[in-house]
Design a protein. Structure first.
Length: 125
């Protein structure tokens, strides 16, 4: 059975890639770049280190929202999810920044899913 990248249920997610010819230290720099950019765009974020699942790593948070990263063989999912289920303030805030979030971080768009769960992407122009 195929497999796709993990990200939290009910999250706003965008996708990009990381060239795995690089080493782990450079992947950490890659993630730090996302952190710095997000904190400059939305100053309410602060650094955190929380795993929401085995593969879903929250790297920033604010009062209502987690900003996280999940990675699978060079495919990177960046996501926003409320810290507390059914938090209307979190969903309102996420909806306000969603367009900018996708524009700033997304380089791939989901175009479909296979019956085995694999996901297909195309580059965003």
């Amino acid at each position: 059975m195929g497999r796709s990248i993990s990200y939290p249920r009910d999250s706003v997610v965008t996708f990009t890639t990381f060239d795995y010819d690089e080493d782990f230290i450079q992947f950490e720099d890659f993630i730090e770049n996302f952190e710095e950019t997000a904190k400059s765009l939305w100053p309410s974020f602060w650094k955190c280190d929380i795993w929401l699942d085995r593969e879903d790593h929250a790297i920033l948070e604010n009062k209502h929202t987690y900003f996280g990263v999940s990675e699978y063989y060079g495919l990177v999912a960046l996501w926003l999810v409320p810290r507390h289920e059914n938090d209307p303030l979190a969903w309102r805030w996420i909806s306000q920044i969603e367009k900018k979030f996708n524009k700033m971080f997304g380089t791939l768009r989901t175009i479909g899913y296979a019956s085995n769960g694999e996901c297909f992407f195309e580059k965003i122009s």
